[in-house]
Design a protein. Sequence first.
Length: 310
Amino acid sequence: MSAYVVGMDLGSTSAECVVIDERREIVATAVVETGTVSRKGLQRAIDEAFGEAGIERDLVRAVAATGYGRRLVPGGADFVFTEISAHARGVAALFPGVRLVVDIGGQDTKAIQVDEAGRVERFAMNDRCASGTGRFYEGLAHALETDIESLGEFASRGKADLEISSLCATFAVTEVIALLAKGHDPADIAASVHHAAAARTLGLIGQVGKASPVALTGGVARNAAVVHSLSEALGEELLIPENPQITGAYGAALLAAESLDGGSEPDQNATAPAPPHDHGRSGSCADCAGSKTESSVTMLTLTAPSGRVV
């Protein structure tokens, strides 16, 4: 009998795959950095996860997908879920009792408030500006002539005492270069940018309402300076999954398994917001021009009995 359920999350810069067994426990995971939405990247993640689990396709009960590229699953997906549903479910399983999920990915940031049962109550999403996202920090690392893996530790050595007037992914790099030209310590610049980005994220959280405990997920959760700055801004310690990038894929697998085992049938036509502007590539964006503090935010209050985003 087929025993496994596979969850896939194809985001803007990476692809994740999670395999769970009949006990809904994780037996294999894979994270592949793609740089953009990539069908080939997703296939590599699938191959790696299947290899780790030692299974073939005929042992899989169902395949669930989420993320920007959820329609690109090779062979199609049996279930399709929105990112909000999937991330909330995955984090709630990892941290029972969590009330707020902050997911910072390659090009967007999501704040998701969940109830005591881990069901989505409301969410806010910054999907029109790359401020504080993975792309944003890649640009910062490049301007400071360091690598993205070392950026968090680098920023942790500095003092966050410089004023950062713009957090647009394009304009912030220009400001960083100007601060370097004035002779400011690069570590202080990095620390100050992280501090300002945390304040921006705190504003997004305010759209849904602060709740505790708080979990931070997404690739940016690997940045120690981001964790420290946001923890300081919120005034509490954050819960960080061992692998913060797989929560969407894990949640998709769990939602599919629950549906197969008698839960409510998900809306397979559920949609997520279109991919955000990639400021790191376009050079400018009309949605940010002329504004130093505001970004476009999608905020919804959910009332569906199942708690799922539909």
